[in-house]
Design a protein around this ligand. Structure first.
Ligand SMILES: Nc1nc2c(c(=O)[nH]1)N[C@H]1C(S)=C(S)[C@@H](COP(=O)(O)O)O[C@H]1N2
Ligand SMILES: [Mo]
Length: 260
């Protein structure tokens, strides 16, 4: 038999003082780490102003990294789930109207969609021009970041069809598509792969009828791979850029990518 090591058990007092020492040490370490993290964050650079107004860049890192993961898994073959027409809401939910000023009447007949080409040339399309292209319909679950979702039915022209018809292939080499309301009060930036996704449409109909003003007449974006915030209503202009275009909700702290 090997003799037991002669280790004296700790007295109660010793146990207490040891625990106190450990927890005090842990508390000190935690406080120091909180302080230094705060200092690090405080001294860190500001996030790109157009993307997120005045936020320290590291606070956005998680979202930006999420974006990288989402984008690496993004494919035009991966389609958002669609539903039968019978499941589409008869009364479509209305959310907000930034950049639409619903109190003053909006003259749809005078409206033109302005497309700013890379060459500097500007296309001005009427609603009739847009309706002349093949119509695409989609019934999907529209999701708002505020926590509601609803199956709704939209009709319009696929953004990719508009690109092809108006020979905007050069423009799709830019990383982002920017869309703004005519008064520039609401604006979104969308990564080009999402904009040219086969389910992304410039919608002029809801439930088979012309869009009501509150839902974005005469033309709104329906982009099922994104949250509602990116589905800009009453589009006035479209441009293309390699830098992230300004984005209304990203400036207010929401995720720039806002992918689903
Ligand atoms: N011009 C404009 N487009 C907008 C908004 C807005 O306030 N103004 N709100 C967005 C948000 S947050 C959502 S959820 C959807 C809501 O669209 P709906 O009102 O047709 O349901 O529109 C998006 N597009
Ligand atoms: Mo929303």
């Amino acid at each position: 038999m090997t003799p037991k090591k002669n280790k004296k058990p700790l007295t109660v007092d010793q146990k207490i003082s040891r625990r106190t020492f450990i927890s005090f040490g842990a508390f000190t370490a935690l406080s120091a780490s909180v302080y230094f993290s705060w200092r690090w964050l405080y001294k860190s650079p500001l996030e790109m102003p157009a993307a997120t107004k005045g936020t320290r860049a590291p606070l956005r890192d998680a979202l930006n990294n999420n974006e990288k993961i989402f984008r690496s898994g993004f494919s035009h073959k991966h389609l958002v789930k669609t539903y039968p027409k019978s499941m589409a809401a008869k009364t479509v939910r209305y959310n907000s109207s930034v950049g639409m000023n619903l109190k003053t009447p909006f003259n749809v007949a005078e409206w033109k969609l302005q497309i700013n080409k890379a060459s500097g040339e500007v296309l001005n399309l009427s609603l009739a021009d847009i309706k002349a292209l093949p119509k695409t319909e989609i019934i999907f679950a529209f999701k708002c970041v505020e926590g509601w979702d609803q199956i709704s039915h939209w009709g319009g022209v696929k953004f990719a069809d508009l690109i092809a018809h108006y020979n905007l292939q050069e423009e799709t080499k830019f990383a982002y598509v920017a869309m703004e309301t005519p008064d520039k009060g609401y604006y979104v930036g969308i990564d080009t792969p999402s904009a040219t996704h086969p389910q992304t449409i410039l919608a002029y109909e809801v439930n088979g009828k012309p869009l009501p003003v509150k839902h974005g007449a005469p033309l709104r974006l329906i982009i099922p791979v994104k949250y509602g915030i990116k589905n800009i209503k009453r589009i006035g202009s479209i441009s293309f850029a390699n830098e992230r275009p300004r984005d209304y909700w990203a400036e207010r702290g929401y995720d720039y990518y806002s992918g689903l």
